[in-house]
Design a protein around this ligand. Structure first.
Ligand code: NAD
Length: 353
């Protein structure tokens, strides 16, 4: 099987590509523009594997996408390429509109042209799997039930509005043209190789450098946390078993406030890399809240678990400890990524996901 993965040099995409190459017999065509968030090194030895083909390209370039489909004849597409950071979307929504909406449109059209040209047997097997976020559903009050796949869309940020738009386009391509699509909407991911503008790697890095740990508002925003290797496993499972046209929510079953996450990180760091003079909690600083900040996301994944029998392997405790240990052992990776874009990371320090 030949799988075309977009955004395969990003945080989640690289985890997926590493798994597809090491745990399956798939050939992966990895299409990535290598923006600031793309990191070829995140692929490790997979970079040089004979079943990994890297194509540096922009998903917005329809002609180039068409050429890549003709050249590689994929059996499936897993579309992860996106501008993904909410804070950046507030400072500059243009790139989000371009990549997340126009890029998805260009990819859908290239996929449709390719799919239409396939012999009937292969056409029936082809899948276009779109990877999206729980943020399309908007925010929940503390007493609200978790988001289900039927929850109405109510995105709050430019980022989530562009992801919502792309979800609608993908569904429309199935209804209108019959393209066999699958959609997944997942919660906040964490794990190795995450770009350090996101909460968990940023807190680890700042703590170890003795710098403030910024928390928006009072830190009571609730998120569900999904370990990235679990997410990659879920994506593979949905691609193999999911029903055409269906949406599946993916949850880590780990709701936590941002303050709880930062305290858990401090606790792990106090144990695994103690500072000789103080506990890391001392570095916590509350900063003014972000405009339009959603209070709570929570995901009901009963369709994925009930219909497809998938549940996450990692608890939040075990996933977070693995993550902290990984960043401690791969400090040079974190440092190199930060050196590349130090000024930007500094500017965007108050974060959430
Ligand atoms: P990321 O920002 O780490 O990686 C995005 C990748 O896409 C990068 O490698 C980048 O170079 C590439 N890319 C960006 N624009 C491109 C373009 N125009 N053409 C080709 N490649 C391009 O993102 P991530 O955290 O790995 O997220 C992957 C997907 O999962 C995104 O679609 C995101 O919306 C979704 N998602 C992420 C999370 C999360 O917690 N990280 C949660 C829910 C959904």
């Amino acid at each position: 099987m030949r799988v075309l993965v977009t955004g395969g040099a990003g945080f989640i995409g690289s985890a997926l590509v590493r798994q597809l190459v090491s745990e399956t017999h798939c050939t992966v065509i990895n299409v990535d523009k290598l923006t600031y968030a793309g990191n070829f090194a995140a692929l490790g030895d997979t970079r040089f594997h004979p079943r990994h083909i890297f194509e540096r390209a922009d998903v917005c370039d329809f002609r180039e996408m068409e050429r890549l489909f003709r050249k590689h004849r994929p059996d499936a597409v897993m579309h992860l390429a996106a501008e993904s950071h909410v804070d950046r979307s507030i400072h500059g929504p243009g790139d989000f509109i371009k990549t997340n909406i126009f890029g998805t449109y260009a990819l859908l059209e290239a996929a449709r042209t390719h799919w239409s040209s396939l012999p009937p047997g292969q056409r029936a097997q082809f899948r276009f799997h779109h990877i999206s976020t729980d943020e399309v559903y908007g925010e929940l009050a503390p007493e609200d039930p978790a988001f289900s796949e039927d929850t109405a869309y109510a995105p709050s940020s430019p980022y989530s509005a562009t992801k919502a738009s792309s979800d609608h386009l993908v569904r429309a391509w199935q209804r209108t043209y019959g393209l066999p699509v699958l959609l997944t909407n997942c919660s906040n991911n964490y794990g190795p190789f995450q770009y350090p503008e996101k909460l968990i790697p940023l807190v680890i890095r700042n703590a170890l450098l003795g710098e403030p740990l910024p928390i928006y508002g009072s830190g009571d925003q609730v998120r569900d946390w999904l370990y990235v290797e679990d997410h990659a496993r879920a994506l593979r499972h949905v691609l193999a078993e999911g029903r055409i046209g269906r949406t599946y929510n993916i949850s880590g079953r780990s709701e936590r406030t941002n303050l709880e996450v930062v305290n858990a990180l401090c606790g792990l760091l106090n144990r695994l890399a103690p500072h000789p003079e103080y506990a890391y909690e001392r570095l916590i600083r509350f900063v003014p809240d972000r405009p339009g900040h959603d209070r709570r996301y929570a995901i009901d994944d009963s369709r994925l678990s009930g219909e497809l029998g998938w549940t996450p392997r990692e608890s939040f405790q075990s996933g977070l400890e693995k993550t902290v240990r990984w960043y401690l052992e791969n400090w040079t990776w974190l440092d190199e990524v930060c050196a590349r874009t130090e000024s930007e990371v500094t500017r965007l320090k108050p974060v959430r996901q």
